[in-house]
Design a binder for this molecule. Structure first.
Ligand code: C2E
Ligand code: CA
Ligand code: CA
Ligand code: CA
Length: 275
């Protein structure tokens, strides 16, 4: 037990040492993985609920480490953010996803997640512009997913960066909508094209009156603000029915497709010409 600066007593346990060592190892393995191209993007469909036709894909990062095995992004992204590695990593994700999408015969949309740390860098709009130029991707096809938490950290700065990005013709989606502290103010202040209803509401849709009311309210709000809306984490027919009954037509979730290597969706992005 150690007395820290204030009145807080900090407990150091071997568990914490282990956690710290694990994080350090992870950060160093992740750096090697980035250099050695051991990272991969998976692609998850975003569909029209009515006919389940795929409109776009969200790129999701996967890391299979020789020592640590499959590490989930929920685990390694925060470490990449703490260590600054998210900057080269995020640029790699953006470039790889755009290059991939630019090769598709069918010009579907591509969603890319941005970290709060990336959104604090003034170079970001230039990076997006050069990736678009390099890949030849039509900017309208690119949708960058940001969370409100990322925006409110330094609102003035992220506002400037986002509006510079929007000038390139790229779309912005508000990810995990409803889970932050000031969702409504964020919508008013930032140039957002689409709201992603967080999966924590979607997965409680059946049998939870509050979740249903929140989802309905978000759908109505997006209509009144003339924003697109998509529900994420849709797994069941009941959830899908609730969403279509309430006029949410865009959906994403295991019900429509898991995140997978693009090869598994080849027939979607390279449809056969009708004979
Ligand atoms: P997110 O952006 O909210 O992504 C949605 C997460 O939900 C993904 O987890 C996805 O695999 C999962 N998911 C999709 N459909 C369903 C469903 O029907 N049910 C359930 N239970 N889950 C579903 P994943 O791939 O593990 O990613 C977790 C988080 O890691 C992402 O949350 C995002 O915040 C972050 N992340 C992933 N890839 C990147 C990246 O390239 N850059 C950045 N900055 N963050 C990323
Ligand atoms: Ca996302
Ligand atoms: Ca999300
Ligand atoms: Ca999330």
């Amino acid at each position: 037990v150690k007395q820290s600066g204030g009145n807080d007593v900090v407990f150091y346990s071997s568990e914490m040492d282990e956690e710290y060592r694990f994080k350090r190892q992870m950060a160093s393995n992740l750096r090697i993985a980035l250099e050695n191209r051991q990272l991969e993007l998976y692609y998850q469909p975003q569909c029209h609920a009515d006919d389940e036709e795929i409109q776009s894909f969200e790129a999701l990062l996967r890391w299979n480490d020789p020592e640590l095995g499959q590490v989930s992004p929920g685990r390694f992204i925060p470490i990449a953010e703490e260590t600054g590695l998210i900057i080269p990593l995020g640029e790699w994700v953006l470039r790889t996803a755009c290059m991939e999408a630019a090769r598709w015969k069918k010009p579907l949309g591509i969603g890319v997640n941005l970290s709060a740390v990336q959104l604090q860098k003034h170079e970001l709009p230039d990076i997006v512009a050069s990736v678009l130029a390099e890949s030849g991707l039509d900017p309208k096809r690119l949708e960058l997913e940001v969370t409100e938490t990322a925006l409110i950290h330094n609102p003035a700065r992220s506002m400037k960066i986002l509006s510079d990005i929007k000038k390139l013709g790229v779309r912005i989606a508000m990810d995990d909508f409803g889970t932050g502290y000031s969702s409504l103010a964020t919508l008013q202040n930032f140039p957002v094209d689409r709201i992603k209803i967080d999966q924590s509401f979607v997965n409680k849709l059946v049998g939870n009156v509050q979740a249903g009311a929140i989802v309905r309210a978000v759908i109505n709000l997006s209509r009144d603000l003339a924003l697109d809306v998509i529900a994420e984490g849709v797994e069941t027919d009941e959830q899908a029915n609730f969403l279509t009954d309430h006029d949410c037509r865009a959906v994403q979730g295991y019900k429509y497709g898991y995140p997978r290597p693009i090869a598994d969706y080849w027939h979607i992005v390279h449809p056969e010409e009708p004979v």
